[in-house]
Design a protein around this ligand. Structure first.
Ligand SMILES: [Zn+2]
Length: 414
């Protein structure tokens, strides 16, 4: 058997007044997702466990068959893995934004969308002046860089704050804090991070990249801001856990990081943008190639979520319809060539209600099509039909993955 999971990031939504109180799924023309729903089985999946923030890393980790409660250690290590930064067991990796602080307030979490080229120059000077002895800066994409701390003298038992959550707030209120003020290693780690934030300002404020930005009226990258630090997830590989080899296809670092942590092969597709203009055809071709070589493919499409964050239902519908036409349709067509040996699941990783313009935590609808369990029960892919579905509410990702792999009654390898 071969298996493919198709993710429409953030597609689940609430009913929307301007759409006659229908949801995005209900208002979109998605004949191909509806085909999966009609000939497959539906249910709801709790991708965001109680007490966890509804991030994409959490939602996708669940769908990959892991438990974010025990397995998720932060964005930092996932992005580091995706960027090819090596992490030993005790290393701690942080997302390290370049941000703008002015008059003591966090004015911009991305330093005016600083370019990758400019950011690289700044990270280089930080590494030269502040790096070494277990402290290392790695360039990433634009403002999204990595800070790695190595050695027994550092702890991951600290609180940090995502800078986008505290815009226009005094930065001093949101500096890293130890979880336990009596934890000496955590206290000393926090001291190091605060020192790096301060020293980054000394090095960055007069850097030529920033002088040039100032001259052109662009926000200056005044400080680094490390957050969501953690150690590499200690998880069994997908192969060990479920007995299958696999690949992950996406445009998003976090998703690649999850895949790499699970031992899936990351497939980078040229022209994959994370927006509705992404290279769908390239992604489908890559998926088909991977299915020849491996058992399982995880194909993630980000653009729908991006449109939900704009709060514009029309843009979100358009992005979802593109997903249906450019991803689901070719997969259904290709399925005919698999001699009843391709199982397909389609689902979002979490809700991103247009009204909220951010993620929310309700269980998401899913549909699983197994050609050996073909049925004909005409229905649309929607939140409501997921709730009414024959598979009911699945409480966690491991149960979902077992269900997905077991639908043909094959032995589950674990
Ligand atoms: Zn997401």
């Amino acid at each position: 058997m071969k298996y493919i999971i198709l993710i429409c990031d953030g597609a689940a939504d609430w009913s929307i007044e301007s759409l006659d109180n229908k949801t995005i799924f209900e208002s979109s023309k998605t004949p191909n997702m509806d085909w999966i729903a009609t000939h497959g089985k539906m249910g709801l999946l709790r991708t965001i466990p109680e007490g966890m923030a509804p991030g994409s890393e959490c939602g996708n980790m669940s769908i990959m068959g892991y438990d974010p409660k025990t397995d998720l250690t932060g964005r930092g290590p996932l992005e580091a893995l995706s960027a090819g930064v090596s992490l030993k067991e005790k290393d701690i990796a942080f997302r390290c934004n370049l941000i703008t602080i002015s008059e003591g307030l966090i004015k911009d979490y991305n330093a005016g969308h600083i370019s990758t080229r400019e950011a690289k120059e700044l990270i280089k000077v930080l590494q030269k002046e502040l790096g070494g002895e277990g402290i290392d800066f790695f360039p990433g994409v634009q403002y999204r860089n990595i800070l790695r701390l190595q050695g027994d003298i550092y702890s991951d038992q600290i609180y940090t704050t995502p800078p986008h959550d505290v815009l226009d707030e005094p930065y001093k209120n949101y500096l890293p804090q130890p979880k336990d003020p009596n934890d000496k290693i955590a206290v000393s780690t926090v001291r190091t991070l605060k020192r790096l934030i301060q020293q980054s300002n000394d090095l960055l404020k007069e850097h030529k990249v920033n002088r040039h930005r100032k001259k052109h009226g662009a926000p200056v990258a005044t400080h680094i801001w490390p957050w969501s630090g953690g150690k590499k997830p200690k998880i069994k590989s997908f192969k060990e856990k479920y007995g299958l080899s696999g690949s992950v296809i996406s445009a998003v670092d976090l998703i690649f990081g999850l895949g790499i942590a699970a031992g899936l092969k990351p497939i980078h597709v040229k022209g994959a943008t994370g927006l509705p203009d992404t290279n769908y055809e390239g992604k489908i071709n890559a998926a088909m190639e991977e299915l020849k070589k491996r058992d399982f493919v995880y194909l993630h499409i980000e653009g729908i979520d991006e449109m939900a964050h704009t709060g514009n239902p029309k843009k979100k519908i358009d992005a979802l319809e593109k997903f249906d036409k450019n991803i689901i349709k070719p997969i259904i067509e290709a399925e005919k060539n698999f001699n009843n040996n391709l199982v397909i699941a389609v689902l979002p990783d979490h809700y991103t209600p247009c009204k909220l313009r951010t993620h929310s935590r309700e269980p998401v609808p899913f549909a699983i099509y197994n050609p050996r369990k073909y049925q004909d029960k005409e229905r649309k892919f929607s939140e409501y039909n997921g709730k009414k579905g024959e598979l009911g509410l699945i409480e966690n990702g491991e149960s979902f993955m077992k269900l997905f792999l077991n639908l043909d009654n094959n032995e589950i390898p674990t």
